[in-house]
Write a protein that binds this ligand. Sequence first.
Ligand code: NDP
Length: 478
Amino acid sequence: MKLENYISGKFVESDSGEWMNDYSPATGEIIGKVPKSNERDVDKAVKSAKEALPYWSSLTHNQRADWLDKIADCLELKYENIAHLESKDTGKPISLAREVDAYRSVKNFRFFANMIRDLEVEYFEMEDATNRVIYKPVGVGALITPWNLPLYLLSWKVAPAIGMGNTVICKPSELTPMTADLLMKTIDEINLPKGVVNLIHGDGKSAGSPLVSHDDIDLVSFTGGTSTGSIVAQSAAASFKKLSLELGGKNSSIIFNDCDLEKTVTGVVRSGFLNQGQVCLCGSRILVQEGIYDQFIQKFVEEVENMKIGDPSDENTALGALISPEHLSKIEEYIRIAKQEGGRILTGGYPCLPKEFENGNWIAPTVIADLSVESRCSTEEIFGPVVTIHKFTNDEHAIQIANNTRYGLAGSIWTEDLEKANRVAESIHTGMIWINTWLHRDLRTPFGGVKDSGIGREGGRWSIGFFSETMNICTKHD
Ligand code: NDP
């Protein structure tokens, strides 16, 4: 499969004439080729988005919401195709690609269509004047996304961005370009006005970096690693581009003595290992109160060992492959570090190669105990199927451990005492906390982190706010 950039309503090769391979994480085979775009491609894409802006931004909210619905309708027809491409490109189980990636990609367009249609002008009356607050487009947006939830995250940005009247250039991860291409084909099929959505493939250095620093980019929405986020922030700040950063996480699952143990174990296994632990929200630090520590560990390890790892296209597979050989090496290195730091591997910790996939990137789900809460493995983002378990005594101790990282994205609390859960939740320095559940999303709520996990919030009205400029018009009465 040879993919092309999508600029001004046309599929085109890169000006560079260079190509990059797209590999299957499960088998190591080459499954596609993507253009290695450069600053000239970026320039063309930005020009196309700029030219499309006057017409697109002149449409009403309702007209643009209708376009979002058209995209959702057309994507919905490709539901199975999205799931298969995503599973093949990322190595994730097909059931997950169907339930999470395909489902949310369609839902994101539908959700923002409804939200934008319902947007009302706000009025603030004074005794002698009326204030009218309106939403205007920001301009041309750069939307940069990672490889773990490719279309899910891209659609999360494209829908509110174009819904609010901006035109955009998408830059998906070079590792997972397939469903971004499918979205462009969908947009082409429904004849969305040309230039409203453009896409350039390529890596961060040759395509992402010139895109962020381009003079005609007004807004940058970036999801990815914290170190890349820092580079993006510095580049965007030079010309005061509107910026949203959704970055890494090292999230705690806090488990109290009085939790419902069965449900908690199932919930915490899911939060530790969904998508092979490659979700920014994954609960990779498991804090267990001392009264149930041994009992929890026994049940938890049993349930982890019962997860079926293997062929991503098998409906019963729970764990697939890791995204790349480099990522696998990084995770193996963290397991080595854990051993040096005095960690005890309770299960996993070794490469695990299903026979037909011996050239893919596989590792058994890994549970590590006995590490200090200051250790590297319990404070740094590993972003793989590796969790560390720690013991705590009381609420204050749990809060102190949970806050002891540079990250502040999310977390979960497991207890039957909801008053305690809410009190502890408010003391945790993150943007989101779940109580007795995990990754239970209402798209109207704010999504984002604090500290090194990012700047700003997306989701619901926070996305509307980010992807628009609010303007107040004050009229004095006679
Ligand atoms: P990266 O930061 O490596 O890459 C993210 C995107 O940025 C990719 O498209 C990448 O391109 C691009 N990029 C790289 N360098 C630059 C640059 N200098 N300028 C502009 N763009 C650039 O992240 P990963 O793809 O490895 O994703 C994993 C990370 O994403 C984890 O840390 C995870 O926590 C985080 N994440 C955060 C989420 C959140 O909502 N908070 C959600 C999902 C993931 P390319 O890869 O093609 O080089």
